[in-house]
Design a protein around this ligand. Structure first.
Ligand code: ADP
Length: 593
């Protein structure tokens, strides 16, 4: 009976045991060892070596055969591309690849382990330089490793039956690798998921120490010896760079915004910024700042590769994350790259939020202070101006009474009156800002409209503006301050007349529904652009319209009016079209019956 026949029965028994272990065990090294041993002891090969693919490299992890050979072979590294080249030249025996010694490339022959075997003339005899491989693929066709065997039973090239038996062991080795890969992927995903959660919590607490915690979470989840995160300075509110790293402070090279952006975009084209990997060795990349800066750093510190991911939201690049690995470690898997990308996005959102908060709180912090200052300034200026003005006006009257009428007296009088208006407005404004308590009692808005129109009549006649009043035939009572509320009606009416050119028309209407009274002042005047409407009620704002600017004004009337209206629980709304006219509507709650 040939040796191979005794091995047949043994082989099947071993295979059965192995099959059970492959589906049940989580000890990959042990299972691979058993398969390699099974090929030697069960099928009668002199040696069987199983390698696992780590990145681009096949690393021998299990060897069946003599002890000294095992020591020699375990840990051996071969570029996967070399073996794949050989497969192309090999005979296909099902899933096995047989490369007869005549076709073996000379450079491979040099690096090969060659058994101590005599060369025979028998065409079926095994030649010391014959090689028999079995690539180990996952069920989805991904190369996971390789098994190579030597010294077949009887030192004969395996026959059909022998090949089929070997194939069965190979399938088990492939399955064992695939199971292990799935398990590793799963546990990596769990760890990455945990890391992302930690990261979100960490950065919310305190930004700088949060960045370090984020780096630590990533370093642990990715088993990376160094992770660094940098956030670019924000020119306005946060001009310092925030950087942190784990386990050491930042140890990755400093990249500029343009460097990282160029690196990210170079690899992804237009659109979303994607992470990229720079390796210590590789083809030169002309003009790529990321590679130019990073590669020497990797070489100098013994890192083999680094993964650079954007920290940012959408297209906005706020910083970057660098994950470093050594040559002993596997290269970055797709799910790891995805997790680091997600971590960058998460950090980006947090950095962005922190910046928005800072920008938003800045004006809020400064507002009360500014407001107080403005109030004080207005009060001081107004008082300083009011005193000399009163004196100018008094003396002007004296001059007029004395019959002295030089042309300048008229000018003094006009300008003094104008200054007086300005100062009164300033005083009103600062008083209203000081939130003086209103003195409220039932007042008739009809009376106020009538008084305003009467006061403006001379002015509107002189300006050639038709001023109309439309009142209901009953009083419209609101709870109002009899000194303050008329200022609002006066202001709206006088603006309408002021900003309406000759030949135009102003309509003052009062009406009321069950809840509130409305004074609407409609003019056919200059109108106000949308942009100007936004700031209309801000103190000192005047329209950008050049026609409106030729008409004297202080830009305080509407600010005062709105403050007074609001103090009465009311509103002022504007509806206006540039060049066609405006309607200002004052609404105030009606007094209870
Ligand atoms: P002032 O009239 O003293 O400048 P206001 O606060 O009353 O100040 O008005 C602010 C600005 O709004 C004015 O300068 C003017 O440009 C614009 N404005 C107000 N009312 C009208 C109106 N009825 N028609 C056109 N522009 C107006």
């Amino acid at each position: 009976m040939a040796r191979s026949d005794t091995f047949h029965a043994d082989g099947v028994r071993r295979l059965f045991e192995i099959t059970r272990r492959v589906s049940g065990s989580t000890d990959l090294a042990g299972v691979l060892e058993e398969i390699a041993q099974g090929v030697v002891e069960g099928l009668g090969y002199g040696v069987a070596a199983i390698s696992r693919l780590e990145g681009e490299i096949l690393v021998v992890t299990a060897v069946g055969g003599p002890e000294e050979l095992r020591e020699q072979l375990v840990g051996r590294r071969t570029r996967a591309s070399l073996i794949l080249e050989e497969f192309k030249m090999a005979d296909h025996w099902g899933i096995l690849r047989f490369l007869p010694h005549e076709r073996l490339p000379s450079e491979t022959a040099e690096s090969l382990w060659v058994p101590d075997l005599e060369v025979s003339d028998d065409p079926d005899a095994w030649h010391p330089l014959d090689t028999l491989y079995a690539p180990l693929y996952s069920s989805s066709g991904e190369l996971l490793g390789n098994m190579s065997v030597d010294l077949p039973p009887d030192n004969k090239i395996p026959d059909q039956q022998g090949r089929e038996l070997l194939e069965m062991f190979v399938v088990q080795a492939g399955l064992a690798l695939e199971h292990a890969q799935r398990r590793e992927q799963l546990s990596r995903q769990v760890r990455l998921g945990e890391a992302l959660k930690t990261l979100a919590f960490a950065v919310h607490r305190d930004f700088d120490s949060g960045l370090r915690d984020a780096a630590r979470a990533l370093s642990e989840a990715l088993d990376a010896p160094q992770v660094t995160v940098r956030c670019f300075p924000d020119s306005v509110d946060d001009p310092v760079e925030h950087a942190s790293g784990y386990p050491s402070p930042p140890r990755a090279p400093t990249l500029t915004v343009s460097g990282v952006r160029a690196g990210l975009q170079r690899r992804t084209g237009e659109g979303v910024l994607q992470p990229f990997v720079v390796t210590a060795e590789g083809p030169p990349e002309d003009g790529d700042e990321a590679v130019r800066v990073v590669r020497p750093h990797l070489l100098a510190h013994g890192w083999s590769s680094c993964l650079i991911a954007p920290v940012g939201v959408d297209q906005e690049l706020l910083g970057y994350l660098v994950v470093l690995r050594t040559a002993e470690q596997p290269t970055f898997e797709d799910d790891e790259v995805g997790a680091v990308h997600e971590a960058g996005r998460e950090l980006g959102r947090l950095v962005f939020d922190a910046r928005v908060r800072r920008t938003e709180t800045r004006p809020v912090r400064e507002l009360p202070e500014l407001d107080r200052y403005k109030g004080e300034l207005i009060a001081t200026i107004s008082h300083e101006l009011k005193t000399p003005l009163t004196s100018i006006m008094g003396h002007t009257e004296l001059l007029e009474d004395a019959g002295v009428q030089p042309a300048s007296v008229d000018a003094i009088s006009r300008n003094a009156a104008r200054l007086d208006r300005l100062v009164s407005n300033l005083l009103n404004y600062s008083r209203m800002q000081g939130r003086r308590e209103l003195d409220r009692a039932p007042v008739d808005l009809g009376d106020m409209c009538r008084a305003a129109v009467e006061m403006l009549r001379i002015q509107s006649d002189a300006a050639g503006v038709d001023l109309e009043l439309d009142l209901p035939d009953h009083p419209v009572l609101v709870m109002g301050d009899k000194d303050e509320l008329p200022k609002v009606v006066d202001n709206l009416c006088s603006n309408a007349v002021k900003y309406t050119p000759r030949g135009g028309r102003v309509d003052v209407r009062l009406d009321a529904d069950g809840e509130e009274a409305r004074v609407s002042v409609t003019d056919s005047g200059l109108g106000i652009s949308r942009q100007d409407q936004v700031h209309l009620f801000s103190a000192f704002h005047r329209s950008t319209n050049p026609d409106a600017l030729t008409i004297p004004g202080t830009g305080l009337g509407l600010a005062i009016s709105r403050t007074i209206a609001e103090a009465h629980g009311g509103t002022i709304l504007v509806d206006s079209d540039l060049g066609r006219g405006s309607t200002f509507t004052l609404s105030v709650p009606l007094a209870d019956d």
